[in-house]
Write a new protein. Structure first.
Length: 350
């Protein structure tokens, strides 16, 4: 089914953490239209606890607030396979990799390797219940350099696999998208010795992770990736206030221009239902002070800026998005208030 040609976004109220001074939703995904999960964090005192919310078809509700130890606990990504098989990743105690699993009755910690003194997972993508990838970064010493991190789940155990880390100072994988057991993409950023950042893409072919050349645009980053097919992969990010999108056609990566909305635009996430229904979400500022949630759709020939109806919420940010089906798209993040509040929007015809 083709996506509707004209879609607007509509604000949908969502709850905050019960003790949150700052409440953010970092990512969203769903097993169906009436079974959607959003994850993030809410601040408690000087630390943060993981926040998990659920959409049952009529309203958002807080499903869980998770604090492990005394340090920050934050969830950065979620992937919903079925109503009883949902995974979320992030960090706990400020420096340990966190993977949580929903089995239909509750959330449970899934044990992982701890390769460094500081370890964070930023993205997760599943081919099946026994073929899941989670990526991020880690530091063996707790300081520089940070190295790329990739864990694989075979249905029983998480195992670390080596990933190229070209950056002298920092390497971070921010997004992963798995098509099959031998076709997985991950994207991120590395920083060289001159403290300059560059986009970075790697591919899993079933045996190893390998670097794949992509546009080497200095002072740019890649934040997320979505794979529609082996010859149709999109990644987004930004640099110096300019939105960045690159496309893989099966042979090479090419930069694809995105329209500018404000004086600075940032793209934080991307998802797709087909080659003509790709959504990127982020934020734009008209004056370097106020921010507005930003969404763009690739319609098969160009990026088109979507209409977002949130005039009462003056300063808003999209941090994550998910395309559940053509015309069924969620964006999540936060809006600046006192305290900062969770922010969720959903597409509708207009």
């Amino acid at each position: 089914m083709a996506a509707p040609t004209s879609l607007c976004w509509s604000y949908v109220p969502s709850p905050n953490g019960t003790e949150g001074v700052v409440n953010w939703l970092n990512a969203v995904d769903g097993a169906s239209a009436n079974d959607v999960w959003a994850v993030g964090s809410n601040q408690i005192g000087l630390g943060s606890e993981a926040l998990i919310e659920h959409w049952g078809g009529a309203a958002w509700s807080v499903n869980a607030q998770i604090q492990i130890g005394s340090g920050d606990t934050i969830l950065y990504a979620v992937d919903a396979l079925t109503s009883s098989d949902v995974w979320a990743v992030g960090v706990y105690n400020s420096d340990n990799p966190l993977i949580e699993h929903w089995d239909g009755t509750g959330w449970f910690i899934s044990s992982t390797p701890i390769p460094g003194a500081v370890n964070v997972l930023y993205s997760i993508s599943a081919v099946s219940a026994s073929d899941i990838w989670a990526v991020g970064s880690y530091s063996t010493s707790g300081g520089l350099p940070f190295l790329n991190l990739a864990f694989h789940y075979d249905g029983t155990t998480w195992t670390q696999f080596p990933v190229p880390s070209p950056g002298t100072l920092t390497n971070q994988l921010s997004g992963v998208s798995a098509l099959s057991a031998n076709d997985v993409w991950a994207v991120g950023t590395y920083i060289d010795q001159s403290n300059t950042s560059y986009p970075f893409t790697v591919h899993w072919d079933g045996r190893r992770w390998s670097t794949v050349p992509s546009p080497a645009i200095a002072r740019n980053t890649l934040t997320a990736v979505t794979a529609v097919s082996a010859s149709d992969v999109w990644a987004v990010g930004d640099g110096l206030g300019l939105p960045l999108s690159i496309h893989w056609d099966g042979a090479s990566w090419t930069e694809v221009t995105m329209p500018m909305v404000g004086v600075a635009d940032y793209m934080n996430d991307i998802d797709a239902s087909s080659s003509t229904d790709v959504w990127a979400v982020g934020e734009a500022t008209p004056n370097s002070e106020d921010w507005r949630a930003l969404a763009m759709r690739w319609n098969g020939s160009r990026w088109v800026v979507a209409k977002i109806r949130h005039s009462l919420l003056l300063i808003t940010h999209f941090l994550g998005g998910a395309v559940l089906a053509p015309g069924n798209v969620w964006g999540v993040g936060y809006w600046e208030a006192a305290p900062d509040a969770t922010f969720t929007e959903h597409t509708m015809s207009c």
